[in-house]
Design a protein around this ligand. Sequence first.
Ligand SMILES: C[S@@+](CC[C@H](N)C(=O)[O-])C[C@H]1O[C@@H](n2cnc3c(N)ncnc32)[C@H](O)[C@@H]1O
Ligand SMILES: [Zn+2]
Length: 263
Amino acid sequence: MSAADAFADVLGCPLCHGPLPQVEDGSLSCAACGTRYPVTDGLADLVPPEPGQAETPNIRIMESRLLARVYERAWRPVLTRLLTGMSHDAERAWSLDWLDPAPDATVLDLACGPGNTTRTIAAAVPAGRVLGIDFSTAMLREALADVRAARATVGYVRGDAHRLPLQPGSVDAANCAGAFYLFSDPPRVLAGIAAALGPGGHFTLMASQQPRVDGAAMAALARPLGLRVYAHGEMERLLVDAGFDILDRQLAGFMLLLATRRR
Ligand SMILES: C[S@@+](CC[C@H](N)C(=O)[O-])C[C@H]1O[C@@H](n2cnc3c(N)ncnc32)[C@H](O)[C@@H]1O
Ligand SMILES: [Zn+2]
């Protein structure tokens, strides 16, 4: 079953959040505003047909097919160990513990990359669904090609975190690991996640955090590269402002793991 079918009650127009039924030519058409979104080789492209906020140099790097291919086996495990001191498996286990999805839950994995965490979550919701959304077609093609993801419960669509292609209150829990450093407008992304989650829904994330020593200098160095290193406490404040209560925080090297619940 395609993501468009399996997530028909979840996917929404990124412009107006109306439902997106599939029409005769195979594209998805917003029932409210009429905007059409193409589906190519099974991948729905739900990035609005207008200049987006995601067009940064980093996004172009994430479009590299080579990076997409080596990401899960090499890039992510090595970087995670260097930046956090923990293993990617331990990090995913922590997120899953706090996501705590019911077996039939619908879970969002935002900026899912090649599906490395999407598949971990899928194993925990045998009667549920996991939707991976990412901006990079190369990453999504890698995710779709993974035979381990050939489960009815997993679907992938292309979307921009700043304009989430979701209906309001359509997901039970959400995760976003290793991507907030790439977002140009984090409050907007958090507002979108809060709207997609029902009240009480859990949201876990892993974000960068400045070290106490030389943190501001590190953030200043990263800024011209389009990378955001959050100040101490900044991410918690953004989350609280967006309507989330903080349930747990784990500082791991240069990264901060946060477990939250939508109020
Ligand atoms: C470092 S990877 C993280 C992948 C995966 N979540 C993980 O934990 O390993 C960052 C991902 O964020 C995606 N991304 C960056 N900006 C995005 C945006 N505005 N909307 C959706 N995805 C975005 C990139 O395409 C890339 O796949
Ligand atoms: Zn619409």
